[in-house]
Design a protein around this ligand. Structure first.
Ligand code: PLP
Length: 281
């Protein structure tokens, strides 16, 4: 297995970083996940632009052009050129004596790897989710490698034999532990607005665009926990989740069997069709 680390392709065993890396000490870094499907890197530019935006937000001086230029190098070294795969990448503030303030003139640590990974055209899984308090910080718009709140709530979902945790902040549903969440009510698609309480998912943005293309009305507004019972459909979105129907959310059962809501199906099908074109740029 190969890893791209600071400008070089090395084997996974040789991919070593300092214990003084700020990513290790503070979780001081940004990550990104994208997939390569039949027609190339799915929404590559959107993912790389988000990475650059996030790095700018936290003042890590790094130009994602290096990553862009080396994606093909990594895929070739990993024998994954033109194969379905997942690419993980992260950029941290680099190696410096442990001190909270940002060090000056330290190069970022840049790491990425690719794994074989396939995605069905439509996520066959009707998801079950629990509701968990959203005790994360107030900058969930930053795709930080510090994911304690996300992994703790996801672990709670796994322990409850469900697939995901939907997070509740101040009485409203923000997002999932590693997904965005949407509802459908009387034909209108509803989702939390893209502010500092959610990560603005690339899949979320794609779905909103599909709604506009398909003339499905959208309202970006927070849904209260006590409104869930009145919703007609619900689904999670994410790079590896795609558009996944929710069968059960907390005490609300949407479907007892494999049924899927009609707006959800429409969006799943439209989303699957995007694989037939090259969306990389
Ligand atoms: N929300 C959170 C907290 C996430 O971690 C993710 C993806 O990892 C998403 C939403 C979905 O984002 P995307 O569609 O860009 O994968």
């Amino acid at each position: 297995k190969k890893v791209y680390l600071n400008g070089k392709i090395v084997s996974a065993e040789d991919a070593k970083i300092s214990v003084f890396d700020r990513g290790f000490l503070f979780g001081d870094g940004i990550y990104e996940v994208m997939v390569q499907l039949e027609n190339g890197l799915f929404y590559k530019k959107a993912h790389l632009d988000r990475l650059q935006d996030n790095l700018n937000k936290i003042g890590i001086q790094y130009n994602i052009k290096e990553i862009d230029d080396n994606l093909e190098v990594l895929l070739k070294a990993s024998n994954l050129t033109d194969q379905s795969c997942l690419i993980y990448m992260q950029v941290t503030r680099g190696v410096a004596p442990r001190k909270h303030s940002y060090p000056k003139g330290v190069p970022a640590t840049v790491m990425m790897y690719a794994l074989p990974f396939s995605l069905p055209h439509i996520n066959p899984k009707n998801m079950k989710a629990i509701l968990e308090p959203d005790f994360r910080w107030h900058r969930c718009d930053i795709k930080s490698t510090s994911l304690l709140g996300n992994i703790m709530t996801n672990e709670a979902a796994m322990n409850a034999n469900t697939n995901e945790a939907a997070l509740v902040r101040d009485g409203v549903i923000s997002e999932g532990s590693h997904t965005n969440i949407f509802f459908v009510k009387d034909g209108t698609v509803l989702t939390h607005p893209a502010n500092e309480h959610i990560l603005n998912g690339i899949t979320r943005k794609i779905v909103l665009k599909l709604c506009s293309d398909l003339d499905i009305p959208v309202n970006e507004k927070p849904i209260a926990e006590n409104e869930i019972e009145h919703m007609d459909e619900a689904f999670f979105t994410g790079t590896t989740t795609q558009v996944a129907s929710i069968a059960q959310l907390g005490s609300r059962t949407f479907y007892k069997n494999d049924e899927i809501g009609k707006v959800t199906i429409k969006l799943q099908k439209a989303f699957a069709q995007l694989r037939e074109i090259n969306t990389a740029n």
